[in-house]
Design a binder for this molecule. Structure first.
Ligand SMILES: [Zn+2]
Length: 97
């Protein structure tokens, strides 16, 4: 019998949805140095921040995206995504110098 998942919910790799550790879960280093689980909300938000920064090139269109997030997911979610976008962007700027 093959065991697909380990049922250890306090594991940092645990999936926030089902509490198990999926076989594909791994720790990932983000561009600005933090290390998080590939199944974490932090990683999901990091990926969204990168996608938004790549897809929307002007401040105006980025703010439009954040406004839509605030509408659908609430002000808190929009503020957290905005902070993450700033972290990613600032780190990229620092590397240029
Ligand atoms: Zn899961």
């Amino acid at each position: 019998m093959r065991i697909e998942w380990e049922d250890v919910s306090d594991d940092p790799l645990a999936c926030p949805q089902c509490g198990r550790v999926h076989p594909s879960a791994r720790m990932v280093r983000l561009s600005y140095g933090a290390v998080v689980s590939s199944y974490s909300e932090a990683y999901r938000r990091y990926c969204e921040a990168n996608t938004v920064l790549k897809r929307f090139r002007s401040k105006r269109t980025r703010m439009q995206y954040l406004a839509a997030v605030a509408n659908r997911r609430g002000e808190q979610a929009a503020a957290e995504l905005r902070a993450e976008m700033l972290r990613v962007w600032q780190h990229k700027e620092e590397k240029k110098r």
